[in-house]
Design a protein around this ligand. Structure first.
Ligand code: PLP
Length: 392
């Protein structure tokens, strides 16, 4: 037998392992210093009480034959899909419940969605971005091209009409840069996709962090229902990184190669996925209830306040950055022309603060650095003070 030789093409990414190793070594050498982690990519606040109550109630129902639940629907229970549809409606976007698929998270869907597309397609991926899009398509053996971005574009890659692509990944607000597209910029992507008969895979995992007047869904853009699939997650919105739940929208108008992509995705899910557990779907529906939204918003505000603290010191120091306003991520240019790793060492050695070197997210991340707002207020404030003293 042969293994999938595409795995040989994956570039080993030791970034997070190297960050952990260097941090551990520093802590061992300086037991007196408290290291503050602003590299955390996971949420830290607990679930909203109303969400836990719903999960407990759902679990309790499994105790009795009268309310026991076996296999769920492949696309998710209707009441959960309806709550997602109502959620979209709350910010003015029409998504019908029968276009929604409930899943165990956006990471799975970002990779699995490739099953419905031919291996011959060319995939366009922004740089820098969440590395899963690249690795999933290398494994599938697709040709990948990049849409570079830097300071000139404020890290919002735009389409280049000289380049042709079939599948386009977009992530807004972006991980790692925190930058979010405006209406006009997304319209340019939708027009480009329609001109190329391409499909946009729009990752809206951080839409709930948007504070400014910016699109929270690709479906805010005219024409998007004919060219875009949207993937979303409750991980960062509602603290579901460990609970696992997300959703994907495939509009019924979306047709390629004479086939409805909804039908292909339904068939794929029915074949390889047996749904999300009852208790978790109850919890997900609770996220979208008015009380769930209020309680989740408190957590989002907490992270937002941390992001504002970090942004304010960068403003004060005159350091270029993106993100922070509509995202838990702050993406800064390393001072003194340092490389990402030089700045990592400098910050760890002199301030005992840990962040993430930008080059882990693509070549365009070289010389940049990601800080996150997922630590506590106290530790974030202390880290910000140390950064102020170090870089003033
Ligand atoms: N998409 C982006 C852009 C992310 O940053 C992440 C997690 O960091 C995910 C998807 C993963 O989401 P989930 O936890 O729902 O799999």
């Amino acid at each position: 037998m042969k293994t999938n030789s595409n795995f040989d093409l994956l570039v080993p990414n030791y970034l997070f392992a190297d960050v952990a190793k260097k941090t551990k070594e520093f802590e061992a050498a300086h037991p007196d210093k408290e290291v503050i982690r602003l590299g955390i990519g996971d949420v830290t606040l607990p679930l909203a009480p109303v969400v836990v109550d719903a999960m407990q109630k759902g679990s309790e129902e499994l105790r009795f034959q009268s309310s026991f639940k076996g296999y769920p629907d492949y696309e998710g229970y209707e009441f959960v899909r309806r709550s997602v549809s109502d959620y979209y409606q709350s910010f003015g976007v029409q998504v019908r419940a029968d276009e929604v698929f409930i899943s165990d998270g956006a990471k799975s869907d970002c990779g699995n969605i490739g099953d419905i597309f031919s291996q011959d397609n060319t995939v366009l991926i922004p740089d820098p971005v969440y590395p899963v899009y690249v690795d999933a398509n290398i494994m599938a053996g697709r040709k990948i091209i990049f849409a570079p971005s830097g300071r000139n574009e404020h890290f919002l890659a735009m389409p280049d009409r000289r380049v042709r692509a079939d599948i386009i990944y977009l992530c807004s607000p972006n991980n790692p840069t925190g930058a979010a597209y405006n209406h006009e910029q997304l319209k340019a992507w939708v027009d480009y996709a329609l001109e190329n008969d391409a499909v946009i895979l729009y990752d809206a995992a951080y839409e709930a962090f948007i504070r400014e007047e910016l699109p929270r869904s690709i479906y805010c853009i005219e024409g998007a229902r004919e060219c875009a699939i949207e993937l979303c997650s409750l991980s960062k919105t509602a603290g579901f990184t460990g609970v696992r739940c997300g959703y994907t929208v495939v509009p019924k108008e979306l047709i390629r190669d004479g086939k409805r992509l909804y039908d292909l995705w339904y068939r794929r899910q029915a074949t390889k996925f047996n749904g999300v557990s009852w208790a978790v779907q109850c919890a997900a529906a609770a996220v979208f209830s008015p009380e769930g939204q209020r309680q989740c918003r408190e957590n989002l505000d907490y992270y937002h306040d941390n992001a504002s603290l970090i942004s304010s010191v960068l403003d004060e120091l005159g350091i270029y950055y993106t993100g922070g306003k509509n995202s838990p991520y702050i993406w800064l240019q390393c001072p003194y022309n340092m490389s990402s790793w030089q700045f990592f060492d400098y910050l760890l050695d002199n301030a005992a603060v840990v962040g993430t070197p930008g080059e882990g997210f693509g070549d365009c991340g070289k010389g940049f650095f990601r800080l996150t707002s997922f630590n506590s207020h106290e530790k974030t404030a202390e880290a910000v003070e140390r950064i102020r003293q170090l870089l003033s």
